[in-house]
Write a protein that binds this ligand. Structure first.
Ligand code: FAD
Length: 416
């Protein structure tokens, strides 16, 4: 029997990485919390490759040890493939003094590990309960919660953190949605066995393979013997393949020169699943008595595995600003929260744009790239997108096209 309070300091919508880590940080400060989660855990969600900066954020929330206990696959870097060429990033060679590895995580296990660790500290989680409405008043917010049997109740809170991910509860209820600047893309993905993996230090690295037909493919190996594989493209690309999802995924993978041989013996053990139109944005990240956190803010694209890092980083910042506010201090949500979160999102946005317009491919697959610059780019791929001493964090819109022109000129002069 769930004990549902009628009044709390902070109500958190969603128990994914954003919700669980925000709850962990606020619990350390002694606030009265309630986490309302629509599904029951463990539940599947896509987004399985972490970035090293996640380790700092999990550690600060007191959650790193619980995750380490799960023996997830160690991820030491990322390897980009295109037509037989490779660009291998190892997180041990990066500009920012940060973590040199992270993990590849089946999210059902990872998210349950985080939520259970927070619940064990006394935070109340209401699973199977969905937030359906919100009322904002001068002194507080009141949310309507639908219980598993369909009955509804209300909980009042001084503040709401919307960590509802793809549910996008407050963006929808408060009309905050704006279209993403990226075109609609979709992902077709599955979990497989029979992945012919590299060995040693290379085993756990993510592969991102540029498919000759205009898609890209991810390969994310787990420690449980399964591997997550997926293809991402605009919808027109998939129209050229069989309508049956399994035949479609198999045909795409088989026709890629790097993924094909590695996955030739695969058996599908989960999926294929399809998700589309996931890129989204909002007008604002906060308002009176609420803030949006994690995927409820803006989601760009899966290419650089930035989603969980941004979820943990925004939860970390929101919890800190909120702690000061609840203690009676004056805070500025725009400068202290929204601007900080958008710094990280905007740096990744520049890399996502440069990936799809080809600028980044020129850099990654050129022989002439300067190793010091590649270390700076490696730190972005490791999630250190708030390190403004890194020129490839601070000014990527200028730095990436410039670098692309330099490496192209170098390769032209090397071949002439
Ligand atoms: C194809 C694809 C691949 C991706 N790959 C990666 C990757 O490799 N690495 C990475 O870091 N990110 C990846 N992502 C992004 C990643 O999925 C998200 O960024 C991440 O899950 C965000 O975490 P979150 O805590 O904000 O939300 P979520 O993990 O989505 O959690 C939100 C929770 O809120 C709950 N909820 C929803 N509505 C309600 C409601 N009304 N009431 C109560 N609860 C509710 C949901 O049930 C859910 O449990 C990928 C995304 C896509 C689309």
């Amino acid at each position: 029997m769930i004990h549902m309070p009628t009044d709390v300091d902070v109500l958190i919508i969603g128990a994914g990485p954003a919700g669980a880590s925000a709850a962990a940080l606020l619990q350390q400060e002694g606030f009265r919390l309630l986490v309302v989660e629509k599904q029951t855990f463990p539940r599947f969600v896509i987004g399985e490759s972490l970035l090293p900066h996640c380790m700092d954020l999990l550690q600060e929330a007191g959650l790193l040890e619980s995750v380490a206990g799960q023996q997830f696959m160690q991820k030491n870097g990322a390897v980009f493939h295109r037509g037989g060429a490779t660009c291998d990033f190892d997180f041990s060679a990066q500009f920012t003094a940060g973590w040199k590895y992270t993990w590849q995580v089946p999210r059902a296990d990872f998210d349950k590990t985080l939520a259970d660790a927070v619940a064990a500290r006394g935070v109340e989680f209401c699973y199977g309960h969905g937030v359906t409405a919100i009322q904002l008043a001068d002194s507080r917010a009141t949310v309507t919660i639908e219980q598993p049997d369909g009955t509804r109740s209300s909980v009042a809170a001084k503040f709401i953190l919307d960590c509802s991910g793809y549910g996008r509860v407050l963006p929808r209820l408060l009309n905050l949605e704006v279209p993403s600047q990226f075109p609609q893309r979709e992902a077709l993905f599955a979990h497989v066995t029979g992945d012919h993996r590299p060995t040693g230090r290379e085993e756990g690295k993510i592969w991102a393979c540029t498919h000759p037909g205009g898609a890209w493919i991810w390969i994310i190996p787990f420690s449980n013997g399964r591997t997550s594989v997926g293809a991402v493209a605009e919808p027109g690309f998939f129209a050229g393949y069989p309508a049956d999802p399994e035949k479609c995924l198999r045909a795409i993978l088989a026709s890629d020169p790097s993924a094909g041989p590695r996955l030739a013996g695969m058996q599908i053990v989960f999926g294929p699943e399809r998700i589309s139109g996931y890129s989204c944005a909002v007008k604002q990240l906060f308002g009176p008595h609420y803030a949006l956190v994690g995927n409820a803010t803006e989601f760009l694209d899966p290419i650089f595995s930035s989603g969980v890092t941004l979820a943990l980083a925004s939860a970390n910042r929101a919890a800190k600003v909120l702690t000061r506010q609840l203690r009676g201090e004056a805070v500025n949500w725009q400068t202290e929260y929204a601007d900080h979160v958008m710094q990280g999102i905007n740096t990744f946005r520049a890399y996502v744009s440069a990936w799809y317009d080809g600028t980044l491919h020129e850099i990654l697959f050129s022989a002439g790239a300067n190793p010091d610059i590649m270390r700076q780019i490696c730190s972005v791929l490791a999630g250190y997108v708030w390190d403004l001493s890194n020129p490839y964090v601070a000014q990527p819109e200028r730095a990436l096209p410039l670098l692309s022109r330099i490496v192209q000129a170098r390769s032209r002069s090397a071949t002439s």
